[in-house]
Design a protein around this ligand. Structure first.
Ligand code: GDP
Length: 195
């Protein structure tokens, strides 16, 4: 995908603020600090359009980016903050459920995990949660540049097994440092959105 135009549209806290022009949408989810903002910036070839995820306690928002007037990326709040107050976790859960169950234009979710480590309990829960809602998931294992190529397959296997990945769900290697995997990820996105 040749990204000619990428615009930040809105940080939404409630559905009334979600964009309404009915373009297909792909959401991006991942543990806080996993590399989600870097992945978005890499995909859209902008240095700093996606900001790092909101810190615990700050207002949690869904950030919408319109790409080529063709599709939206919805950057949902990172999960798995250590030691956050229960109230923050509850508001995160409520916001996600509202979004995932109510967003008619949502075509799929890119779940970003760290290739270096086996999936955490939060990663497992998120994957199960998405499957529960019947949403197509593309799992992306990022920071591949931090692992030697000879060990990629072993680490991918740990991700696949840790998540109990369903057959047919794509699992892709990625690096925002080197842009490895970018074209393949765009292909999977295009399959989801029908672009
Ligand atoms: P977010 O909180 O998930 O949005 O994470 P960020 O995109 O802010 O990334 C967290 C940290 O990981 C930053 O220091 C990034 O520079 C680093 N990072 C993200 N992706 C990669 C990657 O693919 N390779 C390497 N080496 N570092 C990365």
């Amino acid at each position: 995908m040749l990204v000619k135009k990428a615009e930040f549209v809105i940080s939404a806290v409630k559905p009334a603020q979600y964009p309404e022009d009915a373009l297909p949408e792909i959401a991006l989810a991942g543990r806080s600090n996993v590399g989600k903002s870097s992945l978005i910036n890499c995909l859209i070839q902008r240095k700093n359009l996606a900001r790092t995820s909101s810190k615990p306690g700050k207002t949690q928002t869904i950030n919408f980016y319109r790409i080529n007037d063709q599709l939206y990326f919805a950057d949902v709040p990172g999960y798995g903050f250590a030691r956050v107050p229960k109230s923050v976790r509850q508001s995160w859960g409520k916001m996600m459920e509202t979004y995932l169950t109510g967003r008619e234009t949502l075509k799929g979710v890119i779940q970003v995990v760290d290739l270096r480590h086996p999936p955490t309990a939060d990663d497992q829960n998120m994957y199960q949660y998405l499957k529960h809602f019947g949403i197509p998931v593309i799992v992306v294992a990022t920071k591949a540049d931090k692992i030697s190529r000879g060990k990629w397959q072993k680490h991918l296997k740990a991700v696949r097994e840790g998540l109990e990945l369903h057959q047919g769900d794509p699992l892709l290697l990625f690096s925002s440092e080197t842009a490895y995997g970018k074209e393949q990820l765009w292909k999977e996105i295009e399959k989801c959105t029908g672009n």
